[in-house]
Design a protein around this ligand. Structure first.
Ligand SMILES: *Cc1c(COP(=O)(O)O)cnc(C)c1O
Length: 424
């Protein structure tokens, strides 16, 4: 597959007249088409709801777009809850899937009427003590341990992950919760990350549906929803095919009809908490080549750095790069594309074959719509970039301004000298 950016050179040259690089830009058309496809793929399930994983991209303007397609918010912290509330998502529009949760965050989630998804057996008692009485609807995160295998060899290692209840804890937990007055139960599980295959959700669903039948039979719990959580991936590299959400929805429907319907559980709602799949491909980091360096290797220095996109530095993640205006040029140069942090892992690409890059060229770093800007930080005193929305009509809207020095100094207002810097 040839990865083509959703913006071209002419558009970027126009945009930078108002908004200098670096910035993240998002593709409204792509976001909408994908959200519609997700909605249609699961339309067979009456209670279906996608709770967008806010952590993947906490920009309220983008989440508002998803809200138009019926999406709720999956939150894991107080500020994410506050953000959701501010854009009108409360009550059953919020899934609170957190872990190692501070008491005050449970209190706030409960105040908002969010559906709480417990990460641990001990949180049953912790939640009860914290808010007085368990809510009528409560969900538990399940972790069967072991490894999760699929036919194409992709797997993940739930046995190594910090999340969720064991099988025994789940059965015991449901019994206790039922005694304590919980009426509606949910099961949640996230067993593999960034799965670029249509198999993951159906396989996970089968496992959870079978579990749901057993849980109902053994504990008498009334299970009202099953949350397949996140993990549906996107192809970061050009050799991979994107997932087909309609095939995924059909796959889940098939096992639903095989397992839940015959068990008399055909009213269970399917929830998802996709982050990456909803937003990842529809964001790009646009940056300018400002230096070239010829030493032991060939380096291109750009005006973005790992604070704008941490995934390559943190996980060695691949993000495709297009040099605007040179889409069809031969990739006969091998570069390390670097940012300016005083950290040698601040590289967007290592030994990447690209066309010859000249100073002033604009580079589009693909697939930054999820876990991109969101993971930003301020190391080396670097400031976070602006976020722009490329609207369906081709117009561009600022949806988050770039940080300024005053933002960096704002939390030092306990010092007289910084009070002044923080207010400028
Ligand atoms: C990160 C996360 C998600 C989103 O995962 P993606 O892989 O981005 O889809 C969903 N739910 C929970 C609880 C998460 O921690």
């Amino acid at each position: 597959m040839n990865k083509v950016p959703f913006v071209n050179k002419e558009q970027i040259e126009e945009i930078v007249k108002t908004y200098p690089t670096p910035f993240h830009i998002y593709d409204e058309k792509g976001i909408r088409e994908n959200a519609q496809a997700v909605k249609e793929a699961f339309a067979w399930n009456k209670g279906f709801k996608e709770y967008f994983a806010v952590k993947a991209n906490p920009n309220p303007f983008l989440i508002q777009i998803l809200r138009e397609y019926g999406c709720g918010c999956d939150c894991s912290s107080k500020t994410e809850l506050m953000l959701s509330k501010a854009i009108g998502a409360t009550g059953s529009d919020i899934m609170f899937s957190s872990n190692d949760t501070p008491a005050e965050e449970f209190v706030y989630a409960n105040e908002l009427g969010a559906t709480i998804n417990l990460d641990d057996f001990t949180h049953i008692e912790f939640l009860e003590k914290t808010i007085g009485k368990l809510p009528e609807t409560l969900s538990c995160r399940y972790n069967p341990g072991g490894v999760f295998k699929m036919s194409n060899g992709i797997m993940d290692n739930p046995g190594d992950s910090k999340y969720g209840f064991t099988t025994e804890q789940l059965f015991e937990g449901f019994k206790i919760m039922k005694e304590k007055g919980v009426k509606n139960f949910g099961i949640h599980s996230f067993l593999a990350s960034n799965t670029v295959t249509n198999e993951y959700y159906p396989m996970l669903a089968k496992q959870l549906f079978e579990l749901a039948v057993k849980l109902r039979d053994e504990t008498g719990a009334h299970i009202t929803f099953i949350n397949l959580s996140g993990g549906v991936g996107i192809p970061y590299t050009p050799d991979k095919e994107p997932n087909d959400i309609r095939a995924i929805g059909e796959g889940v429907r098939k096992v639903y009809e095989e397992i839940l319907v015959p068990a008399g559980m055909g009213d269970i709602a399917i929830y998802t908490e996709m982050g990456r799949f909803m937003m990842g491909p529809y964001g790009a980091l646009v940056t300018k080549a400002i230096h070239e360096k010829h030493t032991h290797k060939e380096y291109i220095g750009v005006d973005a750095c790992a604070v704008n996109l941490m995934r390559p530095a943190m996980y060695g993640a691949y993000h495709h790069i297009t040099v605007l205006g040179k889409e069809d040029a031969v990739c006969d140069h091998k570069y390390d594309v670097t940012g300016s942090l005083c950290e040698n892992n601040d590289k967007f690409a290592i030994d990447r074959n690209l066309p010859q890059i000249d100073k002033g060229d604009y580079l589009v770093i693909h697939d930054t719509g999820a876990h991109g800007f969101a993971m930003g930080y301020n190391y080396n005193g670097k400031l976070k970039s602006a976020e722009l929305l490329l609207q369906e009509d081709g117009g561009v809207k600022l949806i988050r301004r770039a940080e300024e020095p005053k933002d960096y100094f704002a939390t030092l207002d306990c010092f007289e000298i910084f009070k002044e810097l923080g207010s400028k």
